[in-house]
Design a protein around this ligand. Structure first.
Ligand code: AMP
Length: 583
C-alpha cells in the first residue's frame, strides 16, 4: 500500500488528489492515512509544515464525513489565521468532488458577523483558531454537540501562543468527540499533557525528523543596503542562470513592482498575489509549472497554493518578520529528497534576524558576497557553454540548414566562430555590468579579499565545478582540519574556486592542514587571498576567464562533461527553468 489509489478511500477523494498531481504519499501520509481510514483511533503525528500533514489528517477526515448530514462533524484547531486559511483551502481542494461538503474557516482579526453567518450554515468541517472559536461558542453561534473528530494542528505552536486554556475549554465542550488527532512539530511535556488529558490509547507516528531542519537546504544571505535591494536581486538571478524559483516579497505591491521591473528587463517572471483574481493566479501557476516562467514573485499568502516539487531556489527579497514564515518559504525548495538553495537579501541591521532563524532551523547560514559583473558574465558563459554542449538539434533542422550554414562559415575558423557566438550571447550582460559597483554593504570593495581586522581571507582551488556548495565545502574544511565550523566565515563559492575568512591566528594551521589534502583525487591548494582578488582585476584575461586556475582541464572527462555535473548540482540542471532567456 504505497500509492493513493491503493488506500481504501472514497473515490471522490482519490480523484481529486490525482487531479492535484499528488502521486506518491509522503512518509507521514503513508503511515497515518491507512490507519485513520480503516480504524480512526486517537493519534499523535510528529510532523512539520511541508511534510504533507494537512492531507495526512485531511483526507481521512473527509473520508469519514457524512455530507448528507448538515452539522459540524469535524473541527481542526490551528494557531494562526494564515494557517486556518491554508488548511481550509487545502481541504477544499481535496473535497472538490464531494457534493454538499462545506468547510468553513473562522479566525480572529476580521469581523465576526460574517463568520457567524458562515457557521450557522452548518458546515461539516470547521477550521478555527482557538480564540475565535471560543468567542463563537460564547455567542452560541456554533454548536459542537455532535462533533466527532478533532484535529489539533501545530499543537506545540498553539501552546507557545498561550492557547492551552482555550484548547481545554473547547475539548471539554465536545461531548460526542470520538477521536482526537494531534499534530505537532515537537513533542514537549505540554503537548504530551494535552494527550494525557484528552486522548486515549493513542498511537504515535513521526514524519522523519520532527523539527524544521532540512539539511538539503543551503541557506545563504547577502548583505545589501536597502536601496540596492533590487539590483542585488537582479545580480542573484543573473548569477543563477538555471534558476527555477520563488522570490518572496512582504507586500503585494512589492511583488507587483519587482515583477514588473524584472519583466521589463527581459526576465521570464510573473507576480502572484492576492490582488490578482483566481483565474489570473491559476494561469500564472500553469505557466510556472510548465516552466515557461523561471520565477514567480509572490507574497507568503499567495505562495501557499504553490505545489511544485523541483524548485531550485527560494529568494527572500525581504526577510519575513516571523522566523517561522522563513521556514515555510525555504521549505518550498529541497523537497522530496532534492537539494535547494534559499537566498536572503538582508540589510546590515537584519543580520540579527538571521541569527534568530539559524537557531530555529538549527543550521548555519552562509554569508555570501553579492557577485560582481565579471563573476556573473563568467557564470553565464559556462552556463551557455553547457547548453551548447548538451544541445541536441532536431534532425530536420540540421538537414534543412546544413548547407547554408556550411556555406556561410566554411572559411571561418572554428574558434573564431565560437567566440563570435558567445560574444553575441553575452554582449547584453557584459554591457549591463560595465563599471558596476560593489553592492556588498558594510565593507568597501578594496577590502574584499584582503585582511580584515583579525581575520584573514583565504583562497581555495575548489568550487561549484567540484560539486561543492557552501555547506559541503564547510564540511570538507572542518572535517579535514578539525576546526570548529564557526571558525569559517563569509564563505563565497565560485565556479572553480572559493574564498572564506578565518581568524588570523588559525590561518597558518588551516592552510598547512588543508594543503596536504586531496579532494576527489585532486590536490587542494590554499593560500591567503591577498594576491588574488575576487573582482575582475585579479583575472588576467578579463571576461571569459583566462585566469590560471579557471581554464584548467577538469578531471573525469571533457571540460564540458565536468562542468555539466557541477551545474546540475547547483542550479537544478535539467530540472530547472527551460525557457530561453533574453541574453
Ligand atoms: P503541508 O505539509 O500539509 O503544509 O503540505 C505541503 C504541500 O505539499 C501542500 O501544498 C500540499 O498540497 C502538498 N502535498 C501534500 N501531500 C502531497 C503529495 N503526496 N504529493 C505532492 N504534494 C503534496
Amino acid at each position: 500500500m504505497n500509492s493513493f489509489s491503493s488506500f481504501p478511500m472514497r473515490e471522490e477523494l482519490t480523484r481529486a488528489i490525482s487531479d492535484l498531481g499528488f502521486e506518491t504519499p509522503t512518509p507521514i501520509q503513508l503511515k497515518v492515512i491507512p490507519q485513520l481510514l480503516s480504524e480512526p483511533i486517537d493519534i499523535i503525528g510528529l510532523a512539520q509544515t511541508g511534510t504533507g500533514k494537512t492531507a495526512a489528517y485531511g483526507l481521512p477526515l473527509l473520508h469519514h464525513v457524512d455530507v448528507s448530514v448538515k452539522h459540524v462533524q469535524c473541527l481542526v484547531l490551528s494557531p494562526t489565521r494564515e494557517l486556518c486559511m491554508q488548511i481550509q483551502e487545502e481541504m477544499t481542494r481535496y473535497g472538490a468532488e464531494m457534493r454538499g461538503l462545506r468547510i468553513t474557516a473562522v479566525y480572529g482579526g476580521v469581523s465576526i458577523s460574517g463568520q457567524i453567518k458562515d457557521v450557522r450554515a452548518n458546515p461539516q468541517v470547521i477550521v478555527a483558531t482557538p480564540g475565535r472559536l471560543i468567542d463563537l461558542l460564547e455567542r452560541k453561534a456554533i454548536n459542537l454537540d455532535l462533533l466527532k473528530f478533532v484535529v489539533l494542528d501545530e499543537a506545540d505552536e498553539m501552546l507557545n501562543m498561550g492557547f492551552r486554556e482555550d484548547i481545554d475549554v473547547i475539548l471539554k465542550n465536545t461531548p460526542a468527540r470520538e477521536h482526537t488527532w494531534l499534530f505537532s512539530a515537537t513533542m514537549s511535556n505540554e503537548v504530551r499533557g494535552i494527550a494525557k488529558r484528552f486522548m486515549k490509547d493513542w498511537k504515535e507516528f513521526a514524519a522523519g525528523a520532527a523539527n524544521v531542519t532540512n539539511e538539503n537546504i543551503d541557506h545563504q544571505y547577502y548583505v545589501a543596503n536597502h536601496h540596492n535591494r533590487f539590483e542585488t536581486l537582479r545580480r542573484l538571478l543573473d548569477f543563477t542562470p538555471g534558476i527555477y524559483g520563488i522570490i518572496f516579497t512582504r507586500t503585494k505591491q512589492d511583488a507587483q513592482e519587482v515583477s514588473e521591473k524584472l519583466m521589463k528587463m527581459g526576465y521570464h517572471v510573473s507576480p502572484l498575489h492576492g490582488d490578482m483574481d483566481q483565474k489570473m493566479r491559476s494561469k500564472v501557476m500553469e505557466r510556472f509549472k510548465n516552466k515557461q516562467l523561471q520565477c514567480i514573485v509572490a507574497t507568503d499568502v499567495a505562495a501557499r497554493g504553490i505545489d511544485v516539487n523541483d524548485i531550485t531556489h527560494v529568494i527572500n527579497y525581504e526577510l519575513p518578520d516571523d522566523p517561522e514564515v522563513y521556514t515555510h518559504r525555504s521549505g518550498r525548495t529541497a523537497r522530496a529528497g532534492k537539494s535547494g538553495i534559499c537566498m536572503s537579501i538582508v540589510s546590515p541591521k537584519q543580520i540579527s534576524n538571521i541569527r534568530q532563524i539559524e537557531r530555529l532551523v538549527k543550521q548555519k547560514f552562509h554569508k555570501s558576497d553579492i557577485p560582481d559583473g565579471a563573476e556573473i558574465v563568467r557564470k553565464k558563459l559556462f552556463f551557455y557553454l553547457e547548453q551548447i554542449a548538451n544541445a541536441e538539434p532536431q534532425a530536420d533542422f540540421a538537414k534543412l540548414y546544413r548547407d547554408s550554414i556550411h556555406e556561410t562559415f566554411a572559411e571561418v575558423d572554428k574558434d573564431e566562430l565560437i567566440r563570435k557566438l558567445i560574444w553575441l550571447q553575452l554582449r547584453d550582460t557584459i554591457d549591463a555590468y560595465q563599471d558596476t559597483e560593489d553592492l556588498n554593504a558594510g565593507y568597501a570593495s578594496k577590502e574584499r579579499g584582503a585582511r580584515t581586522g583579525r581575520s584573514v581571507r583565504l583562497f581555495i582551488n575548489l568550487g561549484e565545478k567540484d560539486g561543492l556548495n557552501a555547506q559541503k565545502l564547510l564540511q570538507f574544511i572542518t572535517e579535514s582540519t578539525d576546526v570548529d565550523p564557526s571558525t569559517i566565515e563569509r564563505m563565497t563559492v565560485r565556479d572553480m574556486s572559493s574564498f572564506f575568512n578565518v581568524p588570523s591566528d588559525a590561518s597558518e594551521y588551516i592552510i598547512e592542514h588543508l594543503s596536504s589534502k586531496k579532494f576527489k583525487g585532486r590536490k587542494v591548494r590554499l593560500e591567503e587571498a591577498e594576491q588574488r582578488t575576487e573582482g575582475p582585476a585579479g583575472r588576467p584575461g578579463g571576461f571569459g576567464g583566462g585566469g590560471s586556475d579557471r581554464g584548467r582541464p577538469r578531471p573525469g572527462g571533457s571540460r564540458f562533461g565536468g562542468e555539466s555535473r557541477g551545474y546540475a548540482d547547483r542550479d537544478g540542471g535539467g530540472g530547472g527553468y527551460k525557457g530561453k532567456k533574453k541574453y
